[in-house]
Design a binder for this molecule. Structure first.
Ligand code: NAG
Ligand code: NAG
Ligand code: NAG
Ligand code: NAG
Ligand code: NAG
Ligand code: NAG
Ligand code: NAG
Ligand code: NAG
Ligand code: NAG
Ligand code: NAG
Ligand code: NAG
Length: 343
């Protein structure tokens, strides 16, 4: 009993001041979404930007980026790509047949220190539709948009968002927030039978396929998936690394020099896997235990790597694409001698 307490004290002393990811009560997931450090609930997050709130009030756990009021529902977080998939709301602007506006939603989203990936598109659907997206890039406000006007849903090509019934634009680089707004030229007059509403949303490229049916019925699609790029802080690798206490790429993790956005990203050394943002979490991959290694004979795992070896009496690098394994001359001679002796 005493020994256990002493051991516990020693272990805690060895671990030193506990960094958030070591706290035992940090949830590693919310519903079926895993929440890897630097993300975490209050007290487990690396900084303000990485707060995740797991909301259980509806009975089903829902992970929100930031506080639940953000309305940003996390779908997945990747520590290897530095991307996060989020659901954001669809904007709408609806009219009845007399041309009176009956509903309008103009959602806005803010991503703190993160940026909207350029892998998204801004898409608008409608036949009397002026769609506008604006947002912050650094301290400037930028905006862009598209227009689609039509007076029938005939001759509309399903599957392509080509400017009639549906229009789309790419997202400017570096945006940290967006506001969407929709307006119409003649309140959808004369078209409400097939298109009473305009809709607009930000969505990961390739995840939406236009169908002329959506002009009439798009109610079910309240939220759409988009990608957000995340990184640590605002300084690049060479500056961030000087702040040794806070720098996260430790152990067999290195700062990702190929990342050129703001802040820095970590990645495990080649041949290692794990969460590169947790100290000592990158561990050696046993290549030999996986299919795909290129050894002809024996495979020997090494830190970050593996080597191949040849059977006794053979030499070479043992690699399929290398020098392979060739019989030693002495062995050939021996075999020949045996062969001669046998015959
Ligand atoms: C778990 O993920 C699947 C697909 O990724 C999704 O359809 C399902 O609704 C999720 N379940 C919960 C409880 O979030
Ligand atoms: C975690 O997020 C909260 C809310 O934004 C913030 O108050 C807190 O300082 C963050 N934790 C750390 C360690 O920065
Ligand atoms: C459209 O809405 C306006 C205002 O709510 C209402 O006065 C009008 O009767 C409505 N028209 C139809 C056809 O429902
Ligand atoms: C977005 O909308 C919010 C209010 O909803 C407003 O405070 C903010 O200034 C708007 N931002 C831009 C870039 O239009
Ligand atoms: C932000 O504004 C300040 C002062 O108005 C300016 O000096 C700075 O260059 C701006 N930064 C960016 C990124 O636009
Ligand atoms: C579709 O377009 C063709 C020519 O582009 C036209 O002849 C035809 O009338 C159109 N159909 C309808 C239903 O508008
Ligand atoms: C709607 O149709 C009526 C009758 O065909 C026409 O007079 C009016 O200009 C049309 N309105 C719009 C906005 O196209
Ligand atoms: C790496 O982190 C994950 C998630 O916190 C944990 O489950 C795992 O045991 C860690 N692995 C190592 C080698 O520390
Ligand atoms: C293993 O490491 C050696 C020396 O660093 C390198 O030449 C070789 O390409 C590496 N092999 C693999 C499979 O990574
Ligand atoms: C085969 O030859 C290699 C050098 O070519 C040598 O290192 C190795 O010991 C030899 N093996 C045997 C079994 O003779
Ligand atoms: C090794 O050889 C295989 C075919 O045996 C080939 O598909 C593969 O690209 C080669 N790999 C390298 C690194 O040359």
């Amino acid at each position: 009993m005493h020994l256990q307490i002493v051991l516990a004290v020693v272990v805690m002393a060895l671990l030193g001041p506990s960094s958030p990811q070591n706290l035992p009560n940090c949830e590693s997931s919310c519903g079926n979404v895993s929440i890897p450090f630097p993300f975490g609930s209050y007290g487990c997050n690396y900084s303000r930007s990485f707060l995740v709130t797991c909301d259980r009030s509806s009975g089903m756990p829902i992970p929100f980026l930031g506080k639940s009021e953000s309305n940003l529902v996390i779908q997945s977080i990747s520590t290897s790509t530095g991307e996060m998939e989020l659901l954001t709301y669809v904007a709408n602007d609806c009219y009845n047949s007399s041309g009176a506006r009956i509903e309008r939603k103009q959602p806005s989203s803010r991503f703190g220190n993160f940026r909207i990936s350029t892998k998204n598109r801004f898409v608008a659907i409608g036949c009397d539709t002026h769609a506008y997206i604006s947002g912050k890039r650094g301290n400037e406000t930028i905006g862009s948009g598209c227009i689609t006007v039509c007076d029938s849903k005939n001759n509309m090509s399903d599957g392509s968002c080509s400017g009639v019934g549906c229009c789309e634009i790419s997202i400017p680089k570096g945006m940290r927030s967006f506001n969407m707004s929709l307006s119409s030229y003649s309140n959808h007059r004369n078209i409400t039978d097939f298109n009473p509403c305009s809709y607009a949303f930000v969505i990961q490229e390739g995840k939406y396929t236009f169908s002329s049916k959506n002009l009439l019925d798009f109610e079910s699609q309240e939220q759409m998936p988009m990608l957000v790029d995340w990184s640590i802080g605002n300084e690049p690798c060479d500056i961030a690394i000087k702040d040794t206490d806070n720098f996260l790429c430790k152990g067999d993790s290195e700062c990702d020099q190929s990342y050129t956005g703001s802040g820095y990203r970590c990645r495990c050394l080649p041949g290692y896997e794990g969460n590169p943002y947790i100290a000592n979490n990158c561990t050696n991959i046993d290549e030999c235990a996986r299919p795909g290694h290129r050894c002809l004979h024996d495979c020997v795992d090494r830190p970050g790597n593996y080597t191949c070896s040849c059977p006794k009496g053979f030499s070479g690098d043992g690699r399929e694409n290398g020098t392979g394994c060739t019989a030693n001359e002495s062995l050939i001679i021996k075999i020949s001698i045996i062969a001669v002796a046998v015959t």
